[in-house]
Design a protein around this ligand. Structure first.
Ligand SMILES: [Zn+2]
Length: 138
């Protein structure tokens, strides 16, 4: 993990029409509208290659293959983000069931949810939509 991947505080802000131009329909529905893709039918749930997972909206590095594990959920699962400040979370109204919502710190895109049933050392499970991510094999 390289320091240059750490979120530098620069927010990416675009209008809704710019987001629609930049993103596919599926990416838009997840990142900008809080949608969820189907489990087991997404690009990265079983990907084991080494690399970084960037935000599909703004290319901020969010997760690393070093923290990825097979949760069996059918979505890419990580026990930690690449740097804590690269993602932010917000309590759901009923977070014991739905977890906390996870956003990209830079573009505020919805990524997925985090639950407290993950592996050591964090006990966290970041359950993230593949369509919100772009794998970068480096
Ligand atoms: Zn982003």
């Amino acid at each position: 993990m390289s320091e240059k991947d750490r979120f530098d505080g620069n927010a990416v802000e675009l209008t809704e029409s710019k987001w629609k131009e930049r993103l596919s329909e599926e990416q838009y529905s997840i990142l900008r509208k809080g949608g969820t893709e189907p489990p087991f039918q997404n690009a990265y749930f079983d990907l084991k290659d080494e690399g970084r997972y960037l935000c599909a909206g703004c290319a901020l590095p969010l997760f690393s293959s070093k923290h990825k594990y097979d949760s069996g959920s059918g979505w890419p699962s990580f026990y930690a983000p690449i740097f804590d400040e690269n993602v932010k979370t917000e309590d759901h109204t009923n977070f014991s069931i739905f977890g906390r919502e996870v956003f990209c710190s830079s573009c505020n895109g919805h990524l997925g949810h985090v639950f407290e049933d993950g592996p050591q050392p964090t006990n966290l499970r970041y359950c993230i939509n593949s369509a919100a991510l772009k794998f970068d094999k480096t």
